[in-house]
Design a protein around this ligand. Structure first.
Ligand SMILES: Nc1ncnc2c1ncn2[C@@H]1O[C@H](COP(=O)(O)OP(=O)(O)O)[C@@H](O)[C@H]1O
Ligand SMILES: O=P(O)(O)OC[C@H]1O[C@](O)(COP(=O)(O)O)[C@@H](O)[C@@H]1O
Ligand SMILES: [Mg+2]
Length: 542
């Protein structure tokens, strides 16, 4: 059958391998880039560093090719466990899949991060394409999987859980799947739930996560001890940037102990602040739900003289929800996000713009992301630096603050009678079930993660890069945050849609220093992975 010709998980690669500790590129199998692996023994590796497995942190697996081609590969169990047996993929005998032409992914398939290229530009970074392989590294009855959800809620969590359970069961015949309750700390302090297709049958219709979640409580040794004691050999970790940092150290410890345990991360965040991937699941649901709050603000504002609606949306460091909710709605007059410093008073400031808009239209709507204007708040409110259990900074309520500042301004020397309604739907937009498109997306994520783990890949997150699902090494998603780049076209589109001030003058714009690696993008064009600020700090008075 054509579908399985020329594709094997142990095919000879056409790449050159670059081991960062060795400057001589050599021809080698991309699944075997880690050098100097020690053999696996049966001694207890918990405390004895290097008794088996590895003593040092794994190195990035970089494979280079012609024309500036770079593959940023993910680890594989065979990197540190020699002579692992492989088995033919049970999907080969599954009538639903065996008829699909090209069902198995060719092992040489990679996904380009850069899709806008010039004639002479280097091909740039690629990631290993996700999907089922012809050979797998686990037999069905050998698999003992677990699933954990960590961090804040996000629409679609239950769908991902459901599809991991159903995918493992129906595609690979796996029936030992444990749900870890209450996030990372659940590995060592909470109960587990046996998960079957029956248990998860209709959970995708509910918001939240049936497993529960938490912040803090990441204790690597205790977590890996628990994985080892329970005989778990596939770990599916659903969570945001903090969670994936935790997953990365779990993977390193598992590798150090030389365990045959695949660690797969499924990125979750309502804020869409995970870099490299096109967007995170639940984001579309959040934007959709935010429309209801914006509509309400618009109706309230439009029903009175000089009505002002203020809507606060989530977005701790990244203003994607606010930006897309604004672009989708068309009822928003001004969108304020963490990446775009703004100021209130003086020429070009928010208050001047508000006066003008109220005179023109008689009402207006402001959408503000929760992380916007925090520098201004700390100038006027004496704040203590507080953190949540995971170490994330706790933010002041910018919505309440800006509402009060607006009221004070118009009640003061300006003497304009206004009616302001403040709507805070933040938790409403993330505690709901996911919409249809997110459900489909969650299904793809879950199935891609399963195929990767079954094929022996580990230490990866899965996600779409330019529309194609790929396996991405942890460090690529934990070292940076995805942010709205206010010098890119998407923000310009928003500014021209709302006609709001940019709060910037040309002299404020400094070199973006965009790294060579182009960003992947939400919807189209040029998004952002560069964490550097793109404009100088603004001050509240200009
Ligand atoms: N640098 C880190 N190393 C290990 N674990 C971490 C790290 N950062 C966060 N975690 C753990 O990940 C979990 C979720 O992190 P959090 O920041 O709350 O949410 P999110 O994953 O959604 O960003 C928590 O249990 C936290 O202890
Ligand atoms: O009240 P909580 O649960 O700490 O969540 C608040 C935070 O969670 C978020 O929705 C996203 O956080 P994570 O995805 O990092 O968990 C932020 O927008 C918000 O600041
Ligand atoms: Mg986070």
């Amino acid at each position: 059958m054509e579908s399985i010709s020329n594709c094997s998980s142990i095919s000879t690669p056409k790449f050159r391998c670059f081991d960062p500790s060795n400057s001589n590129p050599t021809s080698s199998n991309p699944t075997n880039h880690f050098v100097n692996f020690s053999s696996v023994s049966n001694s207890n590796p918990r405390s004895s560093r290097g008794a088996m497995g590895f003593s040092s942190k794994s190195q990035p697996k970089i494979v280079t090719g012609d024309a500036g081609y770079v593959l940023e590969d993910v680890p594989h169990l065979s990197d540190y466990i020699p002579d692992l047996p492989t088995h033919s993929n049970p999907l080969q005998d599954n009538p639903a899949y065996s008829v699909v032409k090209q069902y198995f992914v060719n092992d040489d398939d990679t996904v380009a991060q850069k899709i806008v290229v010039h004639k002479s530009s280097p091909r740039g970074t690629h990631f290993r394409r996700a999907g089922p392989r012809q050979r797998v590294y686990f037999e069905s009855d050998e698999v003992h999987a677990c699933i954990v959800t960590c961090g804040g809620l996000c629409p679609g969590l239950n769908t991902v859980i459901r599809e991991i359970v159903c995918g493992l069961y129906h595609m690979y015949g796996v029936n030992k799947i444990l749900g870890i309750e209450g996030g990372y700390k659940g590995f060592y302090s909470r109960n587990t739930i046996p998960l079957t297709p029956r248990v998860v049958n209709d959970i995708h219709k509910r918001g939240g996560t049936i497993l529960g979640t938490s912040r803090g409580g990441h204790d690597t040794s205790k977590i890996v001890d628990s994985i080892q004691d329970r005989g778990i050999n596939q770990v599916y970790i659903i969570g945001g940037d903090g969670t994936q940092k935790g997953a990365s150290v779990i993977f390193e410890e598992i590798r150090r102990r030389g365990l045959k345990v695949a660690v797969a991360g499924i990125p979750k965040t309502i804020d869409n602040d995970i870099p490299v991937i096109d967007k995170s699941f639940g984001f579309d649901t959040a934007v959709e739900e935010a429309q209801r709050a914006i509509n309400a603000a618009h109706v309230e504002a439009g029903s009175v003289e000089n009505g002002i609606g203020v809507v606060k949306l989530m977005g701790r460091h990244s203003g994607f929800i606010a930006m897309y909710a604004t672009l989708a709605s068309r009822d928003v007059d001004c969108c304020l996000i963490p990446e775009s410093p703004f100021y209130l008073e003086g020429k070009g400031g928010l208050f001047e713009f508000m006066e003008k808009r109220l005179k023109e239209n008689g009402h207006m709507v402001i959408v503000i992301a929760e992380g916007a204007g925090q520098d201004l708040l700390s100038e006027s409110i004496c704040s203590m630096d507080q953190q949540d259990a995971s170490g994330n900074k706790l933010l002041q309520d910018v919505g309440l603050w800006i509402s009060q500042r607006i009221k004070d301004y118009f009640a003061g020397r300006n003497k304009m009678s206004i009616t302001l309604k403040y709507i805070d739907p933040t938790y409403m937009i993330r505690a709901i079930p996911s919409i249809a498109t997110d459900n489909v997306y969650c299904t793809l994520l879950a199935q891609s993660a399963i195929h990767g783990a079954m094929a022996g890949y580990t230490g990866f997150i899965v996600g779409p890069v330019n529309g194609r699902h790929a396996y991405i090494p942890f460090h690529r998603v934990t070292e940076k945050q995805n942010k709205v780049v206010i010098t890119d076209r998407m923000w310009a589109r928003l500014l021209s849609s709302t006609n709001q001030p940019s709060f910037l003058s040309p002299k404020d714009i400094i070199e973006d220093n965009r790294e060579e690696e182009p960003p992947t993008q939400l919807l189209d064009g040029e998004n952002c992975v560069n964490n550097k600020p793109v404009c100088k700090e603004s001050s509240s008075t200009r």
